[in-house]
Design a protein around this ligand. Structure first.
Ligand code: HEM
Ligand SMILES: CC(C)=CCC/C(C)=C/CC/C(C)=C/COP(=O)(O)OP(=O)(O)O
Length: 313
């Protein structure tokens, strides 16, 4: 197949390997997305998903594979659409779509194949609702976030961040064929968590975003506004995380975990806020711990939810 590099960069002098295609799927980010999907399956089933051990195991494998392919496909299209700006930022310049190693056309074929296959797998071996939820996450990330909001408004993260809230719904719907209020809470927890996660990182790389004209919050409104917003969203996240305890959907394991995990999230957010409010620049040593911890927070909170609902409730 002849490939037409769609980026401005020079045509590739070497052939892409499967590793380059894998890089298009953003594997590290997907690991946490998948974690929220799988733990949501245990929460939905209130135990081992599926009627028998074997059927549950099959469902877990299918949803993991299909979930990876769907989110991976979203990553591929994100890298096609963003290849111009990715090329200009040090963090992303080496991406195969930006360097021209993989042409836009080949990447699009790869991404489409992943998405179609994933949809069919979820529909056939999961439930139709799981397939639709996964497609909704894809559309949200590619069209609403990447294509539309990322380059137009600093609200990109809050609104577009909804894309990352769909994975638990995929897992939930694959088990029950339905969604309920608790599934809605899982969506909402990630929705309010995303700004904390991303803006802490954005503070560190704002100059790159400024240079390529991406209106991330620290670029548009500065560090002080960013740390204040991070603090607010951290409070929303923690309060929302604990609310399911109130209506009895989860028990003490989740409650204690949510409380401790949340206390540390608030502590790190407040530390960052105090640092910047006292007139100091948002340095790596205060922002990076929050960025890294945000991921641990989400992973452990979902683990606690799964253990709690599978064992206690
Ligand atoms: C609009 C929403 C989001 C934005 C803009 C965003 C942005 C980013 C960026 C720019 C990075 C740095 C990646 C790098 O080093 O190249 C990152 C890392 C990461 N994000 Fe997000 N993120 C979002 C939502 C999420 C969600 C929903 C999850 C999972 C539930 C997630 C999981 C991760 C993980 C695991 C990493 C670490 C990857 C690594 O170490 O390379 N992100 N995110
Ligand atoms: C169910 C389903 C398919 C959901 C898909 C959701 C999804 C892929 C969320 C990922 C969020 C993310 C990595 C945003 C970073 O984009 P960016 O363009 O700001 O980051 P970059 O600069 O590293 O490309």
């Amino acid at each position: 197949m002849t490939s037409t590099p769609l980026s401005d960069s020079a045509p590739p002098t070497q052939h892409a390997t499967w590793r380059d295609y894998l890089a298009l799927t953003k594997p590290k980010v997907i690991s946490l997305l998948l974690w929220t999907t799988l733990t949501a399956m245990f929460m939905a089933a209130r135990g081992w998903p599926g009627e028998t051990f074997g059927s549950g195991l099959w469902l877990l494998v299918v949803v993991s594979l299909a979930g990876y392919m769907s989110a991976g496909s979203a990553g591929v299209f994100n890298m096609i659409i963003d290849r111009d700006i990715d090329l200009k930022m040090a963090r992303t310049a080496g991406r195969p779509t930006s360097s021209g190693l993989i042409s836009g056309r080949n990447a699009a074929i790869f991404g489409t194949a992943l998405q179609v296959l994933s949809f069919v797998m979820l529909w056939v071996w999961g439930t139709p609702l799981a397939a639709w939820m996964s497609l909704a996450g894809f559309v949200f990330y590619v069209v609403i976030y990447t294509q539309w909001l990322k380059r137009t408004t600093w609200h990109n993260i809050v609104i577009g961040g909804a894309a990352g809230c769909f994975p638990p719904l995929v897992g939930w719907a694959a088990v029950t064929g339905d969604l309920d209020l608790f599934a809605g809470y899982l969506f909402a927890i990630i929705f309010f968590w995303t700004p904390v996660h991303f803006w802490a990182l954005a503070l560190m790389i704002k100059e790159e975003y400024r240079e390529v004209g991406i209106p991330m919050l620290p670029v548009v409104h500065g560090d002080h506004m960013t740390v204040a917003q991070i603090g607010l969203y951290a409070i929303y996240t923690v309060v929302l995380s604990l609310m399911p305890v109130y209506f009895g959907a989860v028990g003490w394991i989740y409650f204690v975990s949510g409380l401790l995990l949340g206390a540390w999230l608030l502590h790190l957010s407040y530390k960052l806020y105090r640092h910047v409010a006292s007139g100091q620049p948002a340095e790596r040593r205060v922002a990076v711990p929050l960025y890294l911890y945000s991921m641990l927070y989400l992973a452990l909170l979902f683990l606690a939810g799964a253990i709690d609902r599978a064992v206690l409730v």
